[in-house]
Design a protein around this ligand. Structure first.
Ligand SMILES: *Cc1c(COP(=O)(O)O)cnc(C)c1O
Length: 372
C-alpha cells in the first residue's frame, strides 16, 4: 500500500535527534516559556525573514490571537468585514467569527485555488478592514496584487501560512508579506510538531507584544493582566522538536518537489487535471512547497475508489466548503459555484518527504490505468 502520509516514517528520519532534544527538555526541569521556545522563535523568524515570531498553541490560535490583538489595539472592531477565500480550510473562517467579525467569502482563482485579486476587489465595502489570503496547498497567493489593493484601501492583511512554510513568491517568503502571518505546526504540516503548535510572524513590535500577552492570560508582566487573555503557548518540548525539524525543512521540500516532478511528468490521463498544467510557470513551480498535490476530476469519487483498489491512499481537501457546514447555517444558502465544484472534484495524492520514487511510480501507474 502507498499511504497518504506516513508520519511515523517522516519523523523516524530524525528519531535520534528528536529523542535527544526531548530528553534534554525532560532533564532541564523547565517546560514552558523557556530557552527552547526563544531559540525556536528566533530561528523561525529568521527563516521567514520576519522580525518577530510568537509561539502559540496551534495554528487556529495564531489567527485568532492576531485578530484579537488588532481589536485590543483599536485597529479592528466587532462587525468589521474580513475577506477570506471561500475554498479555504474552515480554521481561517473560525478565526474571524470567533472574534465577532464578519467573514466575506470570495471565489478563488480556478487555476491556482488561491485568492483572486479581481474577486477580492469586488468584495470590498466601506466595512472591510482585513484580508486573509490563504497560501493554499503550499503556493503563495498573489501577494503583490493583494498588498497593493490592501494599501490602496487601507486594509490589514493576515496571511494564513499554515500550509506554506518556506514557500516563496518573487523570492520572498510566506510569513513576510502581510502585516502578520499565522502558521500551524500540526503534525501533518510541512513543518510539523509531535503534537499541536503554531506561531505568528510579524514585523510589528507592538502587535507581537500584544499577541504574546494575549496568549499568556493577557499578561506582559507576571501577575499584572492588561487584557482578558487566554492560555495559548508553545511548550518547550514542541519547540525543541520544531528546532530539530526546521533544519531539515528545505531538504523535505526538495524531496516533495522530486515526487511532484515525477507526478507532473508521469500522470497522463484525460480524466485527471493536474495542478499548474493550465498555467505552466517554471517559477511558480519552483517556489511552491507542495503541502498537498491536488488533482481535479469530474469523476473524483470513482477515481478515489479506483486508486484505493490499487492500494493507493488518497484524501479530499476539503469535502465540504465552510459555507455549507452546519457551523455556518446562516451562510448555507450562499451560492459559490466555483468553490462548490472544487470541493466535488479535488483529490489529494500521496505526498511526503518519506515517500520513495518507486511509490510515486505506483501512484502514477494507478492514475494512468483509471478509465472513467
Ligand atoms: C491546518 C490549518 C489551520 C489550523 O492549524 P491548526 O494548527 O490545526 O489549528 C489553519 N489554516 C489552514 C489553511 C490550515 O491548513
Amino acid at each position: 500500500m502507498v499511504s497518504f502520509l506516513d508520519l511515523g516514517s517522516v519523523n523516524r528520519e530524525f528519531r535520534d535527534e528528536l529523542v535527544q532534544a526531548a530528553t534534554d527538555v525532560i532533564d532541564s526541569g523547565w517546560y514552558l516559556q523557556g530557552e527552547r521556545l526563544r531559540a525556536f522563535e528566533g530561528a523561525f523568524a529568521e527563516y521567514c525573514d520576519a522580525q518577530h515570531c510568537i509561539g502559540v498553541a496551534n495554528g487556529l490560535d495564531a489567527l485568532i490571537l492576531t485578530i484579537r490583538a488588532w481589536k485590543e489595539l483599536g485597529k479592528l472592531k466587532d462587525g468589521d468585514e474580513v475577506i477570506v477565500p471561500a475554498n479555504t480550510y474552515i480554521a481561517s473562517v473560525l478565526a474571524v467569527t470567533e472574534n465577532d467579525l464578519v467573514p466575506v467569502l470570495v471565489e478563488p482563482d480556478p487555476l491556482t485555488f488561491n485568492l483572486c485579486p479581481i474577486n477580492l476587489s469586488k468584495a470590498i465595502t466601506p466595512k472591510t478592514r482585513l484580508i486573509i489570503p490563504v497560501h493554499l496547498y503550499g503556493r503563495i497567493a498573489p501577494m503583490v496584487e493583494i498588498m497593493e489593493i490592501a494599501r490602496r484601501h487601507d486594509l490589514l492583511v493576515l496571511e494564513d501560512s499554515a500550509q506554506a512554510h518556506g514557500a516563496l513568491l518573487d523570492g520572498r517568503k510566506a510569513g513576510s508579506w502581510g502585516d502578520a502571518s499565522g502558521f500551524s505546526f500540526y503534525p501533518g504540516k510541512n513543518l510539523g510538531a509531535l503534537g499541536d503548535a503554531g506561531a505568528v510572524t510579524t514585523n510589528d513590535a507592538e502587535l507581537a507584544r500584544t499577541i504574546r500577552a494575549l496568549g499568556n492570560y493577557g499578561s506582559h508582566e507576571k501577575y499584572r493582566n492588561l487584557y482578558q487573555g487566554v492560555n495559548s503557548r508553545l511548550d518547550e518540548i514542541q519547540a525543541a522538536m520544531l528546532s530539530v525539524k526546521l533544519k531539515y525543512l528545505d531538504a523535505g521540500t526538495q524531496h516533495r518537489r522530486e515526487i511532484v516532478d515525477a507526478y507532473l511528468k508521469g500522470i497522463d490521463n484525460p480524466w485527471i487535471q493536474l495542478p499548474l498544467q493550465s498555467s505552466v510557470d517554471a517559477r511558480a513551480y519552483a517556489e511552491h512547497v507542495w503541502h498537498l498535490f491536488v488533482v481535479r476530476s469530474k469523476h473524483r469519487n470513482r477515481l478515489q475508489a479506483h486508486l484505493a483498489e490499487q492500494g493507493i491512499q488518497t484524501n479530499i481537501h476539503y469535502p465540504i466548503p465552510p459555507h455549507k457546514q452546519g457551523a455556518y447555517a446562516a451562510l448555507n444558502e450562499l451560492s459559490l459555484p466555483l468553490t462548490e465544484a472544487i470541493h466535488e472534484e479535488v483529490l489529494s495524492l500521496p505526498l511526503s518527504p518519506a515517500m520513495s520514487l518507486e511509490e510515486a511510480q505506483r501512484v502514477i501507474d494507478a492514475c494512468n490505468s483509471f478509465v472513467a
